[in-house]
Design a protein around this ligand. Structure first.
Ligand code: PLP
Ligand code: COI
Length: 339
């Protein structure tokens, strides 16, 4: 294998040795299969290609100082995939099978897990697609579940470094009663244009308000939002954002640190009052927000005047990363260790 420059990895795709597959046929899931083929043989009329009946997940594995491999909260991703399956009428995989598949693919690709201390990790990408050939708009009969892995570096520029975001008023990624709470590809297709415009204008990411009233904070591209003020961790409650495993974990860690936690609607104007703000997710981890611009209102909400992450965001980041790497005690039993 070509030497991997672990410290300078981007959030991209690098070929690994194996993926794990599982087929749903005749109304039941088959056995997990280890596969070394990168491509999928798919019918051109497959439901996933035309009607978007597909879901994905994202989680990470880490190499600790003790040499052990730790997978962060795979049961939570299993549960969210099950919720997505109920949302777009796909057959659910049991948590047990999902976690077994995750462990299998991580173990089989052990040599691709970035070494401790590099800041990189092994990104795990489960994918579930409707594979039956049909042209009528109704759920597929057959499905394929695949998990591949790839070593990754930071998702946003600089990793744990502040970045600027921009409110998009011309686009929505999901509707209030739509599929925003599910991890389906269509939400991401809907975000591509706003994301490109934000990048072209020099921003790290686009920032969404609620689609109905354009009044409340939703989320930041492919990450949830949190703000800190008066020793309180505040994060949006919305029917159109993805329930983030990272955000759920940070809410718990914030509480453990003695912060108050509020999950509620956040009007845009309240941005003015936050002492710190961040985007959080598996890929983003915590990406501290330098400022959020609202060009239409000619406003700029600034959270970091010196360009540095704030003290509470830093504390949360260190704690989360410490648990993921095994440097901190895993008091909530979040980590699955593979020997
Ligand atoms: N919001 C969206 C739209 C996402 O794609 C992601 C990434 O998974 C998140 C939030 C963060 O979720 P998690 O922390 O579970 O990765
Ligand atoms: C994740 O954080 O796992 C994501 O899915 C974000 C993105 C790469 C879509």
């Amino acid at each position: 294998m070509k030497e991997i420059d672990w410290k300078n990895l981007s959030f991209g795709y690098i070929k690994t040795d194996y993926n794990v597959r599982c087929y749903y046929r005749d109304g039941k899931w088959g056995a997990l299969e280890l596969c070394s083929e990168e491509t999928i043989n798919l019918h051109m009329a497959a439901v996933c290609l035309h009607y978007g009946q597909e879901a994905f997940e994202g989680l990470k594995a880490f190499r600790g100082k003790d040499g052990k491999i730790r997978i962060f909260r795979p049961e939570e991703n299993a549960a969210r995939l099950q919720s997505t399956c109920r949302g777009i009428l796909m057959p659910e995989l049991s948590t047990e099978k999902f976690v077994e598949a995750v462990k299998m693919v991580v173990k089989a690709n052990e040599r691709f897990i970035p070494p401790y201390g590099t800041g990189a990790s092994l990104y795990i990408r489960p994918l579930l697609i409707g594979t039956s050939a049909q042209v009528g708009v109704h759920p597929s009969e057959d499905y394929l579940f695949v998990i591949f892995v790839t070593p990754v570096g930071p998702y946003f520029k600089g990793g744990f470094a502040t970045n600027p975001y921009v409110i998009t008023r011309d686009y929505d990624r999901s509707a209030p009663l739509g599929t925003g709470i599910y991890k389906v590809g269509g939400n991401y297709a809907a975000s591509l244009k706003a994301n490109k415009l934000a990048h072209d204008a020099g921003y790290s990411c686009e920032f969404y308000l609620d689609a109905k009233e354009k009044k409340y904070i939703d989320e930041c591209g492919a990450a949830n939002f949190f703000g800190i003020k008066n020793n309180t961790y505040v994060t949006p409650k919305s029917t159109s954002i993805l329930p983030s495993v990272t955000n759920k974990s940070l809410m718990q860690l914030a509480e453990d640190m003695g912060l108050k936690v509020e999950r509620r609607q956040i009007p845009e104007e309240e941005l003015e009052t936050f002492e710190e703000a961040g985007a959080c997710g598996t890929a983003a981890v915590i990406s501290p927000i330098e400022r959020i611009d609202d060009p239409e209102k000619n406003k700029s909400y600034v959270f970091s005047k010196d360009g540095k992450p704030g003290p509470i965001s830093t504390k949360l980041f260190k704690k989360l990363q410490g648990i993921q790497l095994g440097d901190e005690p895993d008091i909530h039993n979040w980590v699955t260790i593979i020997d």
